[in-house]
Design a protein around this ligand. Structure first.
Ligand code: IPD
Ligand code: CA
Ligand code: CA
Ligand code: CA
Length: 261
């Protein structure tokens, strides 16, 4: 039987090694032909960099933990296991493809369904967000905390994201407009894992998005929690993968829920 509770510090080291190796691939291909093509529709892009980064991450994880399973955006899930690595090899592909430097690697480890280790690495700024459950969240080794903003109208700085099929699913446009009409600054940075990490370190106060996949949020949510942030569904009920996600510094969560409902 596999070890039920692998050494989390070792898992974090492996996640960091994999994230940095993938980040190096992102940087290497920045000035090369990275072969852009479309997936679900014309604006849903994928590049050689997405695929090569995921291959590299799988290689590093499998070398250290051959009996762990991996769920990756580009490669699917290979095996059932109590230890599941949840990987977005390149979050923010559209940004990357345009040379807009807001993209990252996201690697989470879930043990029996519990988010236990999280790493989000932004190679553009060489910023590494890390967390182990119960041990705090860090940016380049320094402890991070969510912002102190206690009132939405302070004003808070918010961010959101839209799915690739926004025309067929315009649900978020109306919510987006509600916050804008309140006069609030709302950004759409374009890499959900980094958006969540920015709430964790206090650069943003809140973020919401309708449709995200486990690989977009697994690492980020642990980093957020360990930095003192809060997250829920749009009704305030516990968040589950695939459902609308609201996150914040915790202090403005209720006010944001009021606007969203
Ligand atoms: C996307 C980004 C984007 C979000 C989309 C995601 P990808 O991930 O995180 O910010 O709005 O919902 O699919 O495809 O660049 O890895
Ligand atoms: Ca994608
Ligand atoms: Ca993503
Ligand atoms: Ca991706």
């Amino acid at each position: 039987n596999p070890e039920p509770n692998p050494n989390l510090n070792r898992c974090l080291d492996v996640a960091i090694e994999a994230a940095k190796a993938a980040g190096a691939i992102h940087l290497f291909y920045r000035d090369q032909d990275f072969g852009v093509s479309s997936k679900s529709n014309f604006s849903d892009l994928v590049t050689i960099v997405d695929r090569k980064s995921e291959e590299k991450i799988r290689e590093v994880i499998q070398l250290h933990f051959p009996d762990h399973a991996i769920l990756g955006e580009e490669g699917g899930q290979d095996r059932e296991a109590d230890q599941l690595w949840v990987v977005d090899p390149l979050d923010g592909t559209v940004n990357y493809a345009h040379g807009f430097p807001f993209s990252c690697v996201s690697i989470g480890l879930e043990i029996q369904g519990v988010r236990s280790v999280g790493v989000v690495f932004d190679p553009n700024r060489n910023e590494l967000f890390t967390a182990i459950r119960g041990q705090g969240a860090f940016l380049n080794g320094r402890r991070i905390q969510v912002s102190q903003t206690a009132d939405l109208m302070a004003p808070a700085l918010l961010a959101t994201g839209f799915p690739y099929d926004v025309a067929s699913d315009p649900t978020n446009l109306e919510k987006f407009a509600r916050f804008l009409k309140l006069g609030l600054p709302v950004r759409r940075p374009g890499a959900a894992a980094l958006d969540i990490s920015y709430v964790a370190c206090g650069r943003l106060d809140g973020f919401w998005e309708y449709k995200l996949n486990p690989w977009d949020v697994s690492a980020g949510l642990l980093i957020l929690e360990e930095a003192g942030g809060a997250f829920s569904g749009f009704s305030g009920a516990p968040y589950r993968y695939g459902e609308p996600l609201l996150i914040s510094n915790g202090k403005i969560q209720q006010q944001m829920l009021e606007v969203l409902k």
